[in-house]
Design a protein around this ligand. Structure first.
Ligand code: C5P
Length: 301
């Protein structure tokens, strides 16, 4: 609908239930077997026609979000506009609820959200395949932000195949003070791996089966994140957060993606609330959020 005044898209955060990382490739990226799960923490991206491209952001951590052309939402608008030979003159407003620089794909979510919103605002009707292609150009996690649900990502994480999930999975996310830079965590991974043989990354059949049946207890035994030692090396205080959540009754705990957000799998919603309460009062994190999965991908609201 080309005559719309503004379009809002809601887009989810993600947790990696498995992040298997291979050795560094010649292009600097790492081959991954990346099992993504979208969770119910959402950013909302609203686009409105304007005289020029600009980005604003609201929410508790808005001051940590770059508003220049490095913001993936701005880059998404520019790329889509360039493909169609039009000017990216749009005001992008991000209502931010996903932790910033937290390993939960918050920036990627805003890229996917802005892309879908601009496509609708400008009446372009791009195919899903075209949108996915632009997402992959924007970043490794952006295609999954558009897709949502659960998926296995291979290559640098951008080549997705959808995965079935057999039920609702309950989570708590402990948000740390300050972010971690994803490239810095990968560099630390390379440093720690120096002189060792890094195996080819493969998805765990047991983990895929636990997801398919929605069995939280079985899933708990299969969660893994190869970036966790690197994130803990750069932020040793995360160990205390992980211990606190486990002591409060979580089934499993791990660093979310490149961190520093930590993720706690719980048996049900009640347990999630008590783990969140224990984490919040422990002083080992800034705040704790309850969420469930799988969540849908980017959607116009
Ligand atoms: O693709 P994206 O821009 O999100 O990646 C951010 C950084 O994370 C890359 O510059 C790279 O340092 C690291 N990365 C990687 N291997 C991947 C994905 C990301 O080394 N598969």
């Amino acid at each position: 609908m080309a005559d719309r005044k503004s379009v809002t898209v809601r887009v989810p955060a993600k947790v990696n239930v498995q992040l298997a990382v291979g050795g560094a490739r010649p292009d600097g990226f790492h081959d991954l077997a990346n099992v993504f799960l979208a969770v119910s923490l959402f950013d909302e991206v609203t686009v409105t026609p304007a005289d020029e491209l600009r980005v604003t952001c609201s929410g508790p951590d808005a001051d940590q979000v770059p508003l220049d052309r490095t913001n993936l939402a701005a880059r998404a608008a520019e790329r889509l506009a360039a493909r169609h030979g039009i000017a990216p003159d749009v005001h992008i407003h991000i209502a931010k609820d996903i932790p910033v620089a937290g390993g939960m794909a918050g920036g990627s979510a805003d890229g996917a959200g802005a892309l879908l919103a601009c496509d609708a605002l400008w009446g372009l009707n791009s195919s899903r395949a075209e949108l996915m292609e632009i997402c992959a150009e924007l970043g490794s996690d952006v295609p999954f932000s558009l897709a949502g649900g659960a998926a296995l990502g291979v290559g640098r994480g951008e080549r997705l195949s959808e995965l079935p999930v057999g039920g609702t999975i309950h989570w708590v996310f402990a948000v740390a003070d300050g972010g971690l830079s994803t490239p810095a965590v990968y560099r630390e991974f390379d440093r720690l791996a120096e002189g060792t043989d890094v195996p080819e990354p493969v998805a765990s059949p047991d983990l895929l089966e636990a997801l398919r049946t929605g069995d939280a207890a079985a899933l708990a035994g299969t969660l893994s994140n190869d970036l966790q030692p690197a994130a803990l090396s750069l932020r040793p205080s995360l160990a205390a957060t992980l211990e606190t959540g486990m002591a409060a009754g979580a089934l499993a705990a791990l660093v979310s993606g490149s961190g520093p957000t930590t993720a706690f799998l719980t048996k049900d919603e009640d347990s999630a609330r008590s783990v969140a309460e224990a984490l919040t009062t422990s002083g080992t994190c800034r705040t704790a959020r309850v969420a469930h999965a799988p969540a849908p991908g980017a959607r116009i609201v």
